[in-house]
Design a protein around this ligand. Structure first.
Ligand SMILES: Nc1ncnc2c1ncn2[C@@H]1O[C@H](COP(=O)(O)OP(=O)(O)OP(=O)(O)O)[C@@H](O)[C@H]1O
Ligand SMILES: [Mg+2]
Length: 312
């Protein structure tokens, strides 16, 4: 669906050149959500702006369904919807409805269809009663929702979301997440940038991490989380572990640590897949609450990847 190949962007500033994006390539298939993650200044917004045709790349190309953004600009832009950082694609002095109609007709939706689409979308985000308010009188969260509605006016098949849940309250965030899932289920290819790594983890099928204008990690969310999970088990007791059992555990397994009154931790030797069972046998029949294997979350992966650098 969306293919981004070798995008490059330099900005000229007073003191010289900034290499904002240095050869970024990725693709997003229909129905897929790609979380595009990286620290401040990594080049995410610049990449999104190039992909949405808002700034020209110095190198590389963007394709939607095999069509090149440069040579078939209108056809490609007709398939892309984008929500930029800080709802900057809205006209603050126009009303919500005017913004949506303006964008819809710009994207060649008929006036009548644009009107019904606008009210359909406003209903989904709970803003029907603000249709005639000027954008500048809305709260930041409401503006963010209007920006999302605007991006969806022409039924795009590729959606670029730059921090869509920034500053939203819990319920609004959940609402946007639901909309993103529904869109993905109906086949929209979605690129999602966010600093809320729990949101990224919940929504994404794949993850791409960028630092200093270059991708340093890319893969399915599941495989990445699996790869960064330690072979480490926690055995949580229903009551604080009795001292004699801790001693027993240590005698059976050298590498057992008590990390809290009710938690024993086991880090098996490489390849010792049987270790946890031997330990559990030794602890039998003490009442257990849980046995869990360490499962990395995206926040842990992000920290590790950003501190260590290039990986894949
Ligand atoms: N218009 C511009 N002129 C000069 N430099 C720019 C411009 N836009 C972006 N940059 C620089 O390009 C680099 C990448 O910025 P970008 O906005 O793409 O980062 P980002 O990953 O979106 O960061 P954030 O998480 O803070 O939104 C930064 O060093 C930034 O200062
Ligand atoms: Mg940004």
């Amino acid at each position: 669906m969306l293919n981004v190949e070798g995008l490059v962007k330099q900005f000229r500033i007073r003191t010289g050149l900034v290499d904002a994006v240095r050869g970024v390539s990725f693709s997003v298939a229909a129905g897929e959500i790609l979380a595009f993650l990286g620290p401040n200044g990594a080049g995410k917004t610049t990449t999104i702006k190039m992909t949405a045709g808002l700034i020209h790349p110095d190198g590389g190309a963007v394709y939607v369904d095999g069509k090149n953004l440069v040579t078939e600009r209108n056809a490609v832009l007709g398939k892309i919807g984008a929500v930029l950082e800080g709802s900057r694609n809205l006209y603050w002095r126009l009303t919500v409805l005017e913004n949506l109609l303006y964008w819809g007709t710009m994207r060649r939706v008929s006036y009548r269809q644009a009107r019904s689409r606008a009210f359909e979308l406003l209903d989904q985000v709970g803003l029907t009663d603000r249709a005639r308010s000027t954008v500048q009188t809305l709260s930041r969260g409401m503006q963010q929702k209007v920006a999302l509605c605007q991006s969806l006016m022409h039924h795009p098949t590729v959606l670029l979301l730059d921090e869509p849940t920034l500053g939203l309250d819990f319920e609004s965030s959940e609402g946007i997440k639901r909309m993103v899932r529904t869109l993905s289920d109906s086949g929209t290819a979605i690129l999602l940038t966010t600093h809320q790594l729990d949101v990224a983890q919940e929504l994404s099928d794949r993850v791409a991490m960028i630092r200093g204008g270059q991708l340093i990690l890319e893969g399915t969310t599941k495989a990445i989380l699996e790869k960064y999970s330690q072979p480490m088990y926690s055995i949580i007791s229903a009551i604080p572990w009795p001292l004699n059992l801790v001693d027993t555990a240590r005698k059976v397994m050298g590498n057992v640590a008590q990390v809290s009154p009710d938690t024993l931790q086991l880090i098996p030797q490489d390849g010792d897949t049987d270790a946890i069972y031997r330990l559990l046998n030794a602890l039998h029949p003490h009442p257990l609450l849980r046995v869990e294997r360490h499962q990395a979350d995206l926040a842990e992966v992000f920290q590790q990847v950003m501190s260590k650098g290039a990986l894949a």
